[in-house]
Design a binder for this molecule. Structure first.
Ligand code: NDP
Length: 400
């Protein structure tokens, strides 16, 4: 059917690449292009004997628009799947515009020097993408990603209006380390050490970091502490889902993780302000990343399950209704299949599916769109087929 260029070759990309290779009918060719080419070559050497997908590799600095344009022009992909870091979103979008190539990512743009993620920078490309006749699909991971597809599906099939959404992200996995992050440590720590926030009646309400705590009993995992965080899909879902009065995001954290994080914060190790060390400028958080376990190595050691989903409350046919859509994913099953733990898996599978939606033309409209702005049905079918089956509950326990 076509060719996809995947930028980045870390934890999430590795899963997406495995999944593209399982799906050769759609992904006839992929190019893995990243900063460290040797990582791309290792993956190609492992996967090429197992798949009909023709795998090519390249070195690219995705901060450099001209380099990206040259590479896209030489490979001529149908879609660029951006699985590098949020800092690269805009340069990759610029290169897609210049080459009229569709764009997909899993995380919204964040400037390096301000830990503040919001959609305004990428939404500013709407007209340009429309005029170029190409699609940018924003946020095709799990959260954002599947949570948006779940919301669109609930809106289409279960509700006349949705008034409340609680997104619950539970990782019941245990990797045996006192402290490690399940995806890129820098991005992860920036996210969890920021102030919390949620949207109520169209306004952002800000909280101190980890100020709001709830306990929830997750199917497949059990009872966990969870904390309200700021999360990027709140911004788009509040605009795109009809009738929203309040939308919140909760993530589970164990006590050991939080104690370590507090200590690291207290000593200044999570700061993104550069400091001078022995005559060289370093960013404490980037240094911390270098000493923490690489998330890509956690797969073999992680046991347990994730459970991520959305609880909806709203109205259908004049009556109140509640509905919970979620996926349970087992860390060790993921490791057996693709050599990664479930946090990378639950992001990499929807990334592949998002690229597939565009390549097959199932999702086709020019402009910049969040994932909930497309028809959720083919994506929901693909989740069941490609390893992230969903479950529903029409009488869930609600979060206070
Ligand atoms: P990793 O750090 O494991 O991988 C990032 C990859 O990008 C690495 O291969 C890195 O290269 C490459 N890279 C970084 N900078 C550049 C550059 N300038 N040019 C070329 N390549 C570059 O991160 P993850 O795989 O954990 O995360 C990938 C993305 O997925 C992130 O944006 C993250 O926010 C997002 N994410 C989304 C989730 C969701 O549910 N929506 C959940 C989890 C993650 P090198 O190997 O040289 O370091």
């Amino acid at each position: 059917m076509g060719k996809c260029m995947i930028i980045g070759c870390g934890g999430v990309a590795s899963v997406a690449i495995h999944k593209c290779c399982q799906n050769s009918e759609v992904f006839e060719g992929i190019m893995i292009a990243s900063r460290t080419k040797s990582k791309c070559d290792v993956l190609r050497d492992k996967l090429q004997p197992t798949t009909k997908t023709v795998i090519e590799t390249a070195q690219v600095n995705a901060d450099n628009v001209d380099e990206l344009i040259a590479l896209i022009n030489s490979y001529k992909p149908d879609v660029v799947l951006n699985l590098a870091l949020p800092y690269q979103d805009l340069t990759i979008m610029d290169a897609c515009l210049a080459t009229k190539t569709h764009y997909v990512d899993t995380a919204n743009y964040e400037p390096l020097d301000t830990a503040k993620f919001e959609y305004k920078w990428q939404w500013a490309y709407r007209e340009k993408f429309e005029q170029a006749g190409i699609t940018a699909l924003l946020g095709s991971g799990f959260d954002p990603g599947v949570t948006g597809v779940f919301s669109a599906y609930a809106m289409k099939h279960e509700f006349d209006e949705i008034n409340y959404i609680d997104i619950l992200d539970c990782n019941g996995g245990d990797h045996g380390y006192p402290f490690a992050t399940n995806f890129n440590p820098e991005i992860n720590i920036r996210e969890v050490s920021a102030k919390g926030s949620y949207i109520e009646n169209g306004e952002w309400v800000e909280t101190e970091p980890m100020e709001i705590k709830r306990v929830y009993n997750f199917k497949g995992v059990g009872e966990k502490d969870m904390y309200l965080l700021h999360h990027e899909e709140l911004e788009s879902l509040a605009l795109n889902i009809k009738g929203i009065k309040r939308i919140r995001f909760f993530m589970t954290f164990g006590q050991s993780y939080l104690t370590h994080l507090k200590c690291l914060e207290n000593v200044g190790m999570t700061s993104i302000e550069p400091i001078m060390y022995e005559g060289k400028e370093i960013v404490p958080l980037q240094f911390l990343k270098a000493v923490l376990p690489d998330p890509a190595t956690l797969g073999a050691r992680t046991v347990g399950k994730t459970n991520i989903g959305c609880i909806f409350r709203g109205r259908k046919d004049g009556k109140d209704k509640t509905y919970y859509l979620y996926n349970i994913c087992d860390h060790q099953e993921c490791y057996k299949e693709v050599g990664s733990q479930a946090v990378s898996y639950t992001t990499g599978v929807p990334a592949m599916i998002g690229a597939m939606m565009i390549m097959t033309g199932k999702w086709s409209k020019a402009g910049v769109y969040n994932i909930e702005e497309f028809d959720p049905d083919p994506f929901m079918q693909a989740l069941n087929k490609w390893g992230l089956p969903w479950e529903e509950d029409f009488n869930p326990v609600l979060v206070e």
